[in-house]
Design a binder for this molecule. Sequence first.
Ligand SMILES: *Cc1c(COP(=O)(O)O)cnc(C)c1O
Length: 385
Amino acid sequence: MPRRYGPFGGSFVPETLVPALHELDRAWREARRDPEFRRELRRLSETLGGRPTPLYFARNLTRRARGAEIWLKREDLVHGGAHKFNNALGQGLLARRMGKPRLIAETGAGQHGVATAMIGATLGLDTEVYMGSVDMERQKPNVERMRLLGAKVIPVTTGARTLKDAINAALRDWIANVRTTHYLLGSAVGPYPFPAIVADFQSVIGREIRTQSVRAFGRLPDLVVACVGGGSNAIGTFRPLLRTKVELLGVEAGGPRGSKGAGSLTSGSPGVLHGSFSYVLQDQDGQVSDTESISAGLDYAGVGPEHAWLKESGRARYIAVHDTDALRAFHWLARDEGILPALEPSHALFAAVAEARKRPSTQHVVVTLSGRGDKDLGVVLGAAR
Ligand SMILES: *Cc1c(COP(=O)(O)O)cnc(C)c1O
């Protein structure tokens, strides 16, 4: 696992956090080599998390696209309803190994908060989750879930009151309580070693795609597609395929038509946010822009540094999909396949259908369905009114 991604990455943090980041890096490197840790991670991934998740042939959606075959990597079936569990479990086990009795986390859509609350309960760790008050309003069911799972949800009322501000609040808490607390960061962002750790725990997605696609259709896919908020489900999908010829497509939130949305790679520029050098949506003075997206999970001005490098090096492509198109794809999957996707992967689904249309029926497109749509019903019904 690299510490730097070309010019991107690094750890731009206050000095008080440096020892904690070193401790975390050491613990993670030791844990990766420890067969006991790997056994426990695997056991809980399977028996609690429900892994491996299926690779599903979306026959009706393929018929709609009239082109390449579309296959879905079903992370919506993971315990808790999203891929977030993969990372929360891994880091929760790391926290226990480091002897930290308390977990803190930030959350946008609420999915990472729910995953952390579940793992906190499973492993017997105190859990507190920072959440922007705007996000608490639009993702109410997940706020209730976190509370039922025994976590404390702390509203963040600074800035735009969304994910960026929740991360700032969690970082402040961590600085103050670093001896007893593990900051369970929810995406492939932040200072090193977080992007590497999160990518590592999410890479199970791409490893399973590798073996399952060979089993299902005899070879690797031609293209994999994943949505990009901070970039964890996408890097987990891409990483095990980096040294192959598989095309990689990341899909950001374009927001409402005519807005700048939340596409840091597609509309932003290089800069530092939350401790790492990557792409950021910012103005000419380097002030971080407010973002806009129908999906709380993609509503973030930054992105993981490894994606910045994959873009710059040309290994992966990134595009943005607008709110209305994501909603269209949501309804396609509901009607065609009987699956309610989360709004985040609905962005990727729209792009996958558009790509499949351009390709012959002999090709295979795999799209990572990062989560299920139950949490978004209010937003989807509101949009239809
Ligand atoms: C959080 C979330 C995302 C965005 O986060 P990434 O780190 O970019 O994966 C995407 N989909 C779902 C369902 C989420 O909950």
